[in-house]
Design a protein around this ligand. Structure first.
Ligand code: NAD
Ligand code: TYD
Length: 340
């Protein structure tokens, strides 16, 4: 099978490519990535050494570039597209939504249309639980939950989901949408909660917890998400949506305290700061459809996953410094300002 993976130099895309090339000896992957601040070629240095030019090809470019996408599809005889490429940080979308509209909506639509018109047999679109909005203390999102996004990020992801749905309904194109909860694990950019807090705790810097810290996220190890996308690609039914979750709901403050305890750092580093505007209170996933139809089940429990993730970040301090070299400092200073 020959798969065009987009956004393969980001957090989940890198883990997906490493996993798929190791698991499927007959698979070739073409990785199309624009290399924004969140993309890092170094994540795939091992893959390039082992499979470069044979089972792995990298192309730098934009998913909105139909000519380039068409060229890659033709030259590499692509059997499926898996679209991870996106702008992904909620806080950045609040600061400036325009790149989110451009990549997550305009880019996704261009990629979808090129894949469809070029006759690529399957299109997997990777989306998020955030399109469903927010939950009260009870219940979980199912695939039937109406979309009610609350941030520019989640609104842009929901727009793409609707375009993918419409493409299936209108043209009968073979699309599958996956929606997953919050991922953690190696190679996550240190603007997201877990790697941000690890990095700051290690350096004895204050940890900015939004609001009262009681917002709940369902944490899934990135490899479990990758296995879910793999199952959706290989076994998902055309036109369907599949939810994935980690069955590990945690209030943010508990996650932060777990990190501090594991690092032997004091809780006095915690700062409760002004809440994120439009901050979703709780996410939880009903992934019984994926369990039933695809055989999906998360394999990591949170304690093990966090221990491995902490160890990875401690061993890869150079990676963290490397990825922070882009516009990281500028964004962090503008976003957190005097709050911490
Ligand atoms: P990330 O921000 O770490 O990586 C995104 C990648 O996409 C980067 O390599 C970037 O260079 C690339 N990219 C951005 N714009 C592009 C464009 N126009 N053309 C080509 N490449 C482009 O993101 P991530 O956390 O790995 O998320 C991957 C996907 O999974 C996203 O679609 C996201 O919405 C979805 N998702 C993420 C999570 C999570 O917890 N991180 C949860 C559910 C779903
Ligand atoms: P994040 O990792 O940005 O993921 P998402 O917003 O997509 O869920 O944030 C996870 C949770 O952590 C979310 O409730 C916001 C909170 N958070 C903080 O409290 N402080 C921070 O500095 C960040 C980045 C997030």
């Amino acid at each position: 099978m020959r798969v065009l993976v987009t956004g393969g130099c980001g957090f989940i895309g890198s883990n997906f490519i490493i996993h798929m090339l190791a698991t499927h000896q007959d698979m070739t992957i073409v990785n199309l990535d624009k290399l924004t601040y969140a993309g890092n070629l170094g994540n795939l240095a091992g893959v390039r050494r082992e499979h470069g030019g044979t089972r792995y090809v990298f192309a730098r470019g934009d998913i909105a570039n139909a000519e380039l996408v068409a060229h890659l599809i033709t030259v590499h005889k692509v059997d499926a597209v898996v679209n991870f490429a996106a702008e992904t940080h909620v806080d950045r979308s609040i600061a400036d939504a325009s790149p989110f509209i451009q990549t997550n909506i305009v880019g996704a639509q261009a990629l979808l249309e090129t894949a469809r018109t070029m006759g690529v047999p399957r299109f997997v679109h990777v989306s998020t639980d955030e399109v469903y909005g927010t939950l009260g203390p009870e219940g979980a999102f199912s695939e039937e939950t109406p979309l009610a996004p609350n941030s520019p990020y989640s609104a842009s992801k929901a727009a793409a989901d609707l375009l993918v749905r419409a493409c299936h309904e209108t043209y009968g194109y073979d699309t599958v949408i996956t929606r997953c909860s919050n991922n953690y694990g190696p190679y996550q950019f240190p603007e997201k909660l877990i790697p941000l807090m690890i990095g700051r705790a290690v350096n004895d810097e204050p940890l900015p917890v939004y609001g009262d810290g009681k917002n709940v996220r369902d944490w899934i190890h990135v490899l479990d998400h990758c296995r879910g996308v793999e199952l959706a690609l290989l076994k998902g039914r055309a036109g369907e949506v599949y939810n994935f979750g980690g069955a590990a709901e945690k209030p943010n403050i508990e996650v932060v305290k777990t990190i501090l305890a594991a690092l032997g750092k004091p809780e006095s580093l915690i700062r409760f700061v002004t809440d994120r505007p439009g901050h979703d209170r709780r996410y939880a996933m009903d992934f019984s459809k994926a369990r039933r139809e695809l055989g999906f089940a998360p394999s990591y429990d949170f304690t093990r996953g966090m221990a491995e993730t902490l160890a990875w970040y401690l061993e890869n301090a150079a990676w963290v410094e490397d990825v922070k070299s882009g516009n990281y400092a500028r964004f962090m200073a503008a976003w957190y300002g005097e709050r911490v």
